[in-house]
Design a protein around this ligand. Structure first.
Ligand code: HEC
Ligand code: HEC
Length: 268
């Protein structure tokens, strides 16, 4: 039977308040335990270095990455030309070409070098010396540099075309991927047919650099790809495939995957 009129006998009240008190204690202790466990779980499962990048694509970051002054960028790029070339094409195949690269892609890489999310002996220190404005300015400059051929320039791109077997292997992966192994076509994210923010164009990229990056993603020593597309894909590729893809892009064949396959006679 329920008590009538809301009057609770004294004995029961004491019991009730004691019960409430111990319930409160248990509650606090549980909270503390959850907090401590959370700390350990965080330290064990998700240490800060597993956050791939501090960059998030929002209207604000996209506006910042697009706000640069290309002329100021030209002046700043004097410090970069030694390695990335006067026209944004490097003289060494293991250094990336930056000419005409998408502004969001360059901006993201420079942010990741600054925060240490992408590790590079020369680039971490160089990127940290740039202010936020400097970053936007060099991004504006490099993203506007043309990619047409200049015989006067000392660039290594494009390199010799790979043999037909490598060509076919690379072309298939770029155009179709491999459904059985769950590999999407490279061009779905790297162009020319689709585009994902932060995915750099590979059309004019150097072979050794592409290979180094594929190997670094597979080994997870490069881990700044948001949602891990590249760590996943690279680790599914064979060593031969990584070499073939690097050689294909490094020879400039990635510019028109369909056309180059016809030229190579590999469109069976
Ligand atoms: C001492 C040589 C050197 C200098 C100087 C240099 N870089 Fe780099 N840069 C590299 C190398 C090497 C890499 C490839 C990263 C790696 O593997 O270390 C790179 C990578 C990059 C990338 C990433 C490109 C991509 O495709 O992901 C960007 C962007 C970049 N550098 C911009 C700059 C800018 C802007 C400057 C000047 C302010 C500069 N670099 C100066 C050597 C250099
Ligand atoms: C689902 C989208 C997606 C697919 C498919 C994809 N990539 Fe990527 N890739 C990316 C993104 C995003 C980045 C940039 C990661 C970052 O932010 O550093 C990237 C970066 C790269 C880089 C480093 C480029 C640079 O300038 O540093 C290489 C090389 C590369 N991908 C090669 C490939 C190849 C080869 C394939 C096909 C076998 C492929 N990718 C398929 C999304 C993709």
């Amino acid at each position: 039977m329920r008590e009538k009129g809301g009057i609770v006998p004294l004995s029961k009240m004491k019991y009730a308040s004691r019960a409430t008190l111990s319930a409160a204690r248990i509650f606090v202790l549980t909270l503390a335990a959850i907090a401590v466990t959370a700390l350990f779980v965080q330290a064990g499962d998700k240490p800060p270095d597993q956050i791939p990048s501090y960059v998030e694509w929002t209207p604000g970051t996209i506006a910042e990455a697009s706000s640069g002054d290309a002329f100021r960028g030209l002046l700043l790029a004097r410090h970069c030309a030694h390695c990335h070339g006067d026209e944004g094409f490097a003289q060494k195949a293991n250094t990336p070409n930056l000419a005409s690269m998408d502004r969001l892609a360059i901006w993201k890489q420079l942010q990741d070098f600054r925060s240490g999310k992408r590790v590079s002996r020369p680039m971490n220190a160089i990127a940290r010396q740039l202010s936020s404005k400097d970053v936007a300015d060099v991004v504006a400059y490099y993203s506007k540099l043309p990619i047409f051929y200049d015989p006067e320039d000392n660039r290594v791109f494009p390199q010799a075309a790979p043999d037909p077997t490598q060509k076919t292997m690379a072309w298939r992966l770029i155009t179709f991927g491999d459904g059985e192994r769950g590999i999407p076509p490279c061009q779905a994210c790297h162009g020319p047919e689709a585009y994902r923010p932060g995915a750099p164009s590979l059309m004019t990229q150097n072979a050794d650099y592409v290979l180094d990056q594929l190997e670094a993603f597979a080994a997870r020593t490069r881990a700044n790809d948001i949602n891990e597309p590249m760590r996943t894909i690279s680790s599914l590729l064979t060593d031969d495939e990584r070499h073939a893809l690097a050689a294909y892009y490094g020879a400039g064949l990635g510019m028109q995957p369909g056309a180059s396959a016809r030229v190579g006679g590999s469109s069976e």
